[in-house]
Design a protein. Structure first.
Length: 404
């Protein structure tokens, strides 16, 4: 058995990432001597405004948008809420139809559920067994009263990348605004709002080495959208409240770094991800990969293990110094299995036995090797105490491992 490494291993980058030292350095003055309110007209205010507009340009470059199309928010959840409610309820509209998918984050599901209470109708298109939305299903769902299509760029749990360029084109041809939650895509997929035909796109700084509590919504010029937070008229009237200048500056720096290091970091994460995806089903009997094998985020390796309870697996790995997750961090603590894994056609038991590894730019091959070394033993021990192990009927792929 390999010795446990000195430091802990962080494999949960889809939950959050570490603020990079370069990002922190950039932010520091805006907590201290440059603490002005970006709306003030004196020199303190002007220096904060200048920094904020610089960050807006950096975020815009990352997405290939115009800086004036970037609205700063408090994070991915607020960006999603603003996009969905802001478009659907434009000018007091209280009915209409929204198309989304069955694998969205709760930051999309809940605003849609909220709108249903007021009379909106929502169609959730299904996904294939490997987690990808079918274009024909989206096309079939379009109605005369469809006011918005919102489908995520890439899934946070099993990493499947959606055909958003094609969906965006379909939406544009039908004259329907298209929103995508790209929170998990930044730094892992190139994003180009123009080429991808997007009207609205949500991002969140803490998922790409920026600070928590700051995000942005790209709103294409001309999109009909209404503010959800009223007040002093900040952010072109779309999001009132004194801007989080240090956070915004940090997000700007993190955007620059994501662009600068994209090729290097994605190549590294892809190699480590592929090593895991190839190795785990061979090392652990009755283990499977969730989600598409190729059309998936470079940093996502999602598995499931028969006869295993995900929470037990996470705690056992934690004792070995490895931080991972089962499904999305936001739904941890819930006994309900992940709606995303159920949408793939998994049973409740199968969905409960899942493990999500999400890599980051600092992870090393040594860490992956350590994980691959400890995993089989951890799974074996958990199966020894599993009430399901001996009782469950052996199905297809009995005794072996397969990748789906
Ligand atoms: N959308 C997706 C796909 C996410 O993964 C998350 C966070 O896990 C969010 C939205 C919410 O982002 P935030 O934590 O910035 O509110």
């Amino acid at each position: 058995m390999m010795a446990s490494p000195q430091k802990r291993i962080y494999f949960d980058h889809s939950a959050t990432t570490q603020v990079l030292p370069e990002v922190l350095e950039e932010m520091k003055p805006y907590f201290l001597e440059k603490f002005g309110n970006a709306s003030s007209i004196h020199s303190y205010g002007r220096e904060a405004r200048t920094a904020m507009e610089g960050a807006r340009r950096s975020v815009a470059s990352l997405l290939n948008s115009d800086p004036k199309e970037i609205i700063f928010t408090s994070g991915g959840t607020e960006s999603d809420n603003l996009a969905i409610k802001g478009v659907a309820m434009y000018k007091g509209r209280m009915k209409g139809h929204i198309i989304t998918s069955r694998i969205e984050h709760h930051a999309i599901i809940e605003p849609c559920a909220y709108l249903k209470r007021f009379g909106f109708e929502v169609t959730e298109v299904p996904v294939s067994r490997d987690g990808i939305v079918n274009l024909e299903d989206v096309e079939k769902a379009i109605r005369d009263d469809t006011v918005l299509i919102t489908i995520m760029t890439a899934n946070n749990e099993m990493g499947a990348i959606q055909p958003i360029r094609e969906i965006g084109k379909m939406a544009r041809d039908s004259g329907i605004p298209f929103h995508t939650d790209a929170v998990q895509a930044v730094g892992k997929l190139p994003i180009d709002v123009k080429a991808d035909n997007m009207d609205l796109l949500s991002i969140s700084a803490h998922k790409f080495h920026g600070p928590k509590g700051v995000g942005a919504l790209y709103v294409k010029t001309g999109t009909k959208i209404e503010a959800q937070i009223q007040g002093g008229g900040h952010e072109r009237g779309l999001r009132s409240s004194t801007e989080n200048v240090p956070g915004i500056v940090g997000m700007g720096k993190a955007s620059e770094i994501a662009r600068r290091d994209f090729d290097k970091t994605t190549a590294k994460m892809r190699a480590l991800r592929d090593k895991m995806i190839k190795a785990v089903p061979d090392l652990v009997p009755r283990s499977y990969v969730n989600g598409h094998l190729v059309q998936r985020l470079v940093n996502n390796a999602s598995f499931r293990f028969d006869f295993i309870e995900g929470e037990g697996l996470i705690l056992s790995l934690d004792m070995k110094g490895i931080a991972a997750s089962t499904g999305s961090a936001c739904s941890t603590g819930s006994l309900e299995p992940s709606h995303v894994l159920l949408a793939l056609g998994l049973t409740h038991e199968q969905a409960h036995g899942s493990l999500r590894i999400t890599l980051g730019r600092e992870n090393t091959e040594e860490e992956v090797d350590y994980f691959l070394n400890v995993l089989p033993d951890v799974v074996r021990k958990l199966r020894e105490i599993s009430p399901f192990s001996s009782e469950r009927p052996m199905g297809a792929g009995e005794g072996g491992s397969c990748v789906q």
